[in-house]
Design a protein around this ligand. Sequence first.
Ligand code: ZN
Ligand code: ZN
Length: 202
Amino acid sequence: MEELTRDAVLKAIADFDDKGSDEFFRRYNIRRSRSYFIRYNGRDYDMKAVTRIALNLVSGRKIRAPLEQSAAVRRRLERDDIGISVVHHQKTYDKSSTEGRRYWTKQKKAERDRRLARKAMKRNRRRHDGWIRCEACGFEDKERSMFDAHHLSPLAAGERETRVCDLAVLCPTCHRWAHAKAGDRLHPLPIGQVRRGRYRRG
Ligand SMILES: [Zn+2]
Ligand SMILES: [Zn+2]
């Protein structure tokens, strides 16, 4: 990185003030940063953008090479001879959002018969001495709410007559696996593929 000077940084800040933020970013075609800002005279300025323009001023040409890591740029700016202070704003994943407000929704749902799911669970339990067992990974529990009844041919595919043998009892992870890894909403992975896939990486 070219040698940065306090004078160049202050000129870049003045340029930023002069053009205004939108024009500044448009003019120099620089991406806005989200976390590091120069704090100068009570205002915050995008650290990387200002540094880039300051470097252009120092070298007298447009520098295209990427800047160093933000933390290194910050150390450089805060060095004694430059003496510009930098603040690190909270990242977006630290910010809060309002949740839990109640609202009404209208949904179109496919008809399903809960009794079939109950029967599938019962049948599974009978076969495993009172425990329910995931047909893919073999996870067992006595609590029915730990399992899902999965339609081998998804309800999304349309109207049909369903029998207990059209359902598979899966633990929630295998169930999600069957749908998420399929790549096709209408064709979930066969249970055998879920069984073989679950223990591999990737
Ligand atoms: Zn499972
Ligand atoms: Zn399913």
